[in-house]
Design a protein around this ligand. Structure first.
Ligand SMILES: [Fe+2]
Length: 367
């Protein structure tokens, strides 16, 4: 599907608007405390099923709104997805030609099949601390709060900033993240950082220094993150389809033309041969120092939005120009069930014509 998007000239507008087009079926409200993103509401519609049908009737509306609002949309009140998970798939298909089928994804270890996809919609990956999946939350920052008593957001106090599947070329475009069962507010938030605003705010000499550089990304758990090297882990052998992938440190958004920083703070970067191609390698090398400087810069509170989840929230984020990080929650006391889809395949000149790096040459085994 070809999707027409506007430029991001109206990005950051603080007034609510109704959807353009004849139906005017949605409103866009600013997100509290954020310079980017919007809450998309459907005042005249009765729930997720009607909202999805209305968006399908104007198939460019969703992608246009996301790109117009800096890559982040919150759709509250989408509880209907819990009973009808196909609705999440239908929304995902509005955003690009390919929604990942997680039956064709493999965990790191020796192509073991993932088992955490939804039983009727395998394009949905379930992120939950429930058995048998048991995804554990991020660790608590140390100390848990900032000096002024707030949730830490800035690296290195807050770690885990990343962009989804950056270890693949071409990397994905959008992720859709749905709160099937969030934990109580005050825990288990998701943080987002506007990597376009962060890039624009860099000193000109830093922009010149990083122009043309590439980060080296790798599957998490490969033994190549800085903290894994520091603690003496043995790097895992990597198959051909698991090799580290270079990505531009500054990406140009193929729709908006905006330039943004593109990296992860540690777990998806390869500090054995990177993290910045052509610079001194290693967790204490010049590349690592540059990466940490950029991470500290991009995650300043002024570039971030903290989302406190309510059941039925759906957040759509553009991995091409946002970073995000999950926060700690008490997994002994609370159950968290989140559903995610991943959308890829929109045109991007930087990756045009490339074969998928993560698909084995012999292809995937059939289920
Ligand atoms: Fe993520």
């Amino acid at each position: 599907m070809e999707i027409e998007h506007p430029t991001r000239e109206t990005r950051g507008a603080s007034t609510a608007r109704t959807g353009e087009g004849a139906s005017r079926f949605y409103a866009l409200d600013p997100l509290p405390g954020a310079g980017f993103g919007a809450a998309m509401r459907f005042p005249a519609l009765s729930g997720a099923r009607e909202a999805v049908a209305a968006l399908e009737a104007e198939p460019a509306a969703l992608g246009t709104a996301i790109c117009d609002r800096g890559g982040l949309l919150l759709l509250p009140g989408m509880h209907g997805i819990s009973e009808e998970p196909e609705l999440l798939l239908r929304l995902s298909r509005l955003l690009g030609p390919e929604v990942e089928d997680y039956r064709n994804s493999y965990s790191f270890e020796d192509r073991k099949r993932l088992f955490n996809y939804h039983d009727t919609v395998p394009e949905i990956i379930q992120i939950t601390n429930l058995p048998p999946i048991r995804t554990q939350p991020s660790p608590l920052p140390d100390p848990p709060l900032t000096e002024d008593g707030r949730l830490p957001v800035q690296f290195p106090h807050r770690k885990g900033w990343h962009t989804d599947q950056s270890f693949r070329r071409p990397p994905p475009d959008y992720s859709l993240f749905y709160a099937r069962q969030p934990v109580p507010q005050g825990e288990g938030q998701t943080l987002f950082a506007d990597a376009t605003a962060a890039y624009e705010a860099l000193p000109e000499e830093t922009k010149a220094r990083i122009e043309g550089l590439e980060g080296v990304h790798v599957l998490p758990g490969s033994g190549r993150a800085d903290y894994e090297i520091w603690r003496g882990d043995t790097p895992r052998p990597l198959a051909a389809h698991q090799q580290p992938q270079r990505q531009p440190l500054v990406r140009t958004h193929p729709v908006t033309g905006g330039r943004s920083l593109y990296f992860c703070d540690s777990g998806q970067m390869d500090f054995l041969v990177g993290p910045v191609a052509g610079m001194e390698t290693g967790p204490d090398g010049e590349g690592a120092k540059l990466l940490r400087m950029l991470a500290t810069h991009a995650t300043q509170r002024r570039f971030t939005y903290t989302h406190e989840w309510t059941e039925g929230d759906l957040i759509i984020y553009d991995n091409r120009n946002l970073l995000h990080s999950g926060t700690w929650y008490d997994a002994e006391r609370h159950t968290r069930i989140m559903w995610r889809t991943t959308v890829r395949g929109n045109p991007d000149p930087a990756y045009a014509g490339e074969a998928y790096s993560w698909v084995p040459e012999e292809g995937f085994e059939s289920s």
